[in-house]
Design a protein around this ligand. Structure first.
Ligand code: EPS
Length: 413
């Protein structure tokens, strides 16, 4: 229903994304897209590149007088660093006169953990820059722009998506309880690492400093939360319609993501069933969902260990999805590699890079979750216009509530 494709190299002129399937009549706030791009650029541990870039979106198609048309939306984000790379990244066989920047030598020493070696062999490239330019996480700026559009569609039916960082390298909360939704919501973009626990965050900052001083890098983990999600997105009836599987694919496609969890995630494998499954009771909703917007009142769940998904279908509880990011592959104290030009042992190439980018990955995770949810929403509601989408959701919510009200005599609203 909703699809998007990105294009662009890290040091090329720009990134672009084409999004198809956004219904007509959505008032598009371009400033809100820029805000999401800004959020992706923040976080303690980013490198020099983020001092150069100031990502801003240009809308090329699909919007007129502030509203979407139902036609493909095309967004462009210019790379400010392009001016320093015009010779190296020139489209022409020979850089045109006046092209800026240096002629950089070919990259021939693949970095362990990056796409350099496998991509160079697969695409038969001698200069590994031909691979790393596209494998670079710079591409995720385009995803965040697309996600910011999806987020605005979701906002029109009351869905909100946010995130927090839960681990940087060895520093993380070992407690078993999930961080309450309201604390996650209060995490500020001005915090260095967007962690809900400020004492933990201070230790995370120290861990990043130590890694930087050692010429090393750090990964970590984050959680994305979505509240107000309608019941019934995704389906149990076929493998490729299960929403947990679709979310896992979307999050796993973010560079450096190595594991994805839904709700308890891997902890679910350590507990007995009685400490994993969420009881169904007749009372107020437990966490983050007010009764006024609940789809399932008077039914409620005292816990949400399932992370809002059962059978691959959203169940009316907040969606909670986590992901683990490995450390960035470019090390200032490089690992052993082999120079493919000489076939001699040689330290891996050093590219300017970040020490830690987990807070950025969390913002990208929000964007991917928003895109998957928007796709699943449109699958459920259909609709060429926003009016149709909203009417469908209102109708389905009213139906669910009337049905549950009937089956709980005396408790219906
Ligand atoms: C990246 C290397 C760095 C990062 C980049 C991802 O870029 P550069 O090689 O220009 O220093 O800053 O991330 C971004 C540019 C971005 O916008 O997130 C890599 O090799 O993946």
């Amino acid at each position: 229903m909703l699809r998007f494709l990105t294009a662009g190299e890290s040091h090329g002129p720009a990134l672009v994304v084409v999004i198809e399937g956004i219904p007509a009549g959505l008032g598009l706030d371009v400033g809100a897209i820029d805000h999401q791009l800004w959020r992706r650029q923040q976080g303690y541990g980013r490198g020099q590149r983020m001092k150069i870039e100031r990502d801003l979106v240009e809308v090329l198609a699909g919007v007129r007088r502030g509203e979407t048309l139902g036609s493909p939306i095309s967004l462009l984000i210019r790379n400010r660093d392009w001016k320093n790379w015009q010779r190296t990244m020139s489209v022409e066989a020979a850089p045109p006169p006046g092209a800026g920047g240096a002629d950089r030598p070919a990259v021939t020493r693949p970095r362990p953990g990056h796409a350099d070696l496998a991509g160079g062999i697969k695409y038969d490239r001698q200069d590994l820059r031909d691979v790393l330019e596209r494998a670079s996480a710079r591409e995720t700026a385009a995803r965040v722009a697309a996600g910011a559009v999806a987020r605005q569609l979701l906002g029109a039916v009351g869905v909100e998506v946010f995130s927090h960082v839960t681990r940087i390298g060895p520093v993380g909360d070992e407690g078993e309880a999930a961080v309450p939704i309201e604390r996650v919501r209060q995490v500020s973009d001005d915090q260095p690492l967007r962690c809900a626990d400020s004492a933990l965050e201070a230790r995370m900052v120290e861990a990043i400093d130590a890694a930087r001083n050692a010429g090393d890098t750090l990964g970590g983990a984050f959680e994305v939360v979505a509240v107000g999600v309608p019941v019934g997105l995704g389906s149990h009836v076929q493998w490729d319609r299960k929403l947990d599987g679709r979310l896992a694919q979307a999050l796993m496609s973010i560079p450096a993501i190595k594991a994805v969890g839904i709700g308890l995630g891997e902890d679910a494998g350590r507990r007995p069933g009685s400490a994993v499954h969420d009881e169904i009771v007749l009372e107020e909703p437990a966490d983050g969902t007010s009764r006024a917007v609940s789809w399932t009142a008077p039914l409620a769940r005292p816990t949400n260990r399932a992370g809002g998904l059962e059978g691959g279908i959203t169940n009316g509880e907040p969606l909670r999805v986590s992901a683990v990011m490995k450390p960035i592959a470019t090390l200032m104290q490089p690992l052993r590699s082999v120079d493919l030009a000489t076939m001699q042992p040689s330290p891996a190439a050093i590219e300017r890079s970040d020490v830690c980018a987990v807070p950025a990955a969390a913002v990208i995770g929000e964007a991917m979750v928003a895109l998957v949810l928007a796709d699943a929403l449109l699958e459920k509601t259909g609709g060429d216009s926003l009016r149709e989408v909203v009417a469908s959701i209102d109708r389905e919510r009213a139906h669910a509530r009337a049905r549950l009200g009937r089956t709980a005599p005396g408790r219906g609203e």
